[in-house]
Design a protein around this ligand. Structure first.
Ligand code: HEC
Length: 237
């Protein structure tokens, strides 16, 4: 903004200010009435329609699928897309913070006098891109498979064992392919079949070596299905 533009703006501002109404009490009055209306609607809605509560929390479940509220799906997806553990703080704290700081500082680095969107192409395009990126990430987050799901292809005879592994909480400590806990407590099982024989796998799952719990409770048949499935994992798809 050059000196002439500034002077013009200040003159216009003076004229408008003389014509206008003071903030107190006019604007305050408007805001207060609107706030009361919104609060009233909320109170009436909660009395008439009630608020839904989910099922009671079960601290012993191992199959619970944690999901954020829909308006956090884009952050959730950002976290899923970024795999290396070292970069996780960047995704969870870094990127959102940088975006907010940039937004906060906008009046300081964007000193252009233009306000019409198409005369500020950089700001407009950036804004549209951010909205598209958030919408896309929200969509991906909303349609993401459950974390108790193994995406590696499996021959039909191993499907049963795969389902048991997916549902038994193994992925809380182990990773298989893209799924499960990368860098978790237990070793990666993607190619476990090429490392130890089926009997040793069954033995591990049955007794639970070290801090791994015993899964003897699955029963002989299920343990065999799990061992067959894991033995089929040789790291090749
Ligand atoms: C609480 C975390 C945890 C859970 C849950 C868990 N494991 Fe483990 N698992 C481990 C750890 C830790 C080890 C390594 C133990 C050791 O060698 O000291 C291990 C080892 C193994 C091994 C032997 C790997 C090798 O290279 O020798 C197999 C096979 C295995 N787990 C399969 C499973 C299966 C199948 C499930 C689910 C039914 C499961 N684990 C659930 C933590 C876990």
């Amino acid at each position: 903004m050059n000196a002439r533009e500034k002077e013009e703006y200040l003159r216009e501002y003076e004229i408008l200010k003389k014509k206008g109404k003071p903030f107190f009490p006019y604007a305050i009055m408007k805001d207060s009435v609107m706030m009361l209306v919104v609060a009233g609607v909320l109170i009436v809605m909660s009395i008439v329609m009630g608020a839904e509560q989910g099922p009671k929390a079960d601290p012993t479940t191992t199959t619970y699928t944690p999901r954020p509220e829909w308006y956090f799906f884009y952050l959730f997806e950002l976290l899923r897309v970024i795999k290396p553990p070292a970069l996780v703080p960047v995704a969870t704290i870094g990127i959102p913070t940088i975006c907010m700081v940039l937004l906060l500082l906008l009046p300081f680095y964007d000193r252009g006098p233009e306000r019409v969107p198409w005369k500020r192409p950089i700001a407009t395009i950036t804004g549209i891109m951010v909205i598209i990126a958030m919408a896309y990430l929200t969509f991906l987050g909303a349609t993401a498979g459950s974390p108790t799901e193994i995406e590696l292809e499996t021959a039909p005879q191993y499907e049963k064992g795969k389902a048991i592994v997916a549902e038994s909480g193994c992925l809380a400590c182990h990773s298989i392919g893209e799924n499960g806990a990368h860098g978790g407590l237990g070793p990666d099982l993607t190619d476990i079949g090429s490392k130890i024989p089926k009997e040793a796998i069954k033995q591990s799952v049955t007794i639970g070596p070290g801090i791994m719990p015993s899964f003897q409770g699955l029963g002989e048949q299920n343990l065999n299905a799990v061992a067959d499935y894991l033995a089929s994992l040789d790291g090749e798809e």
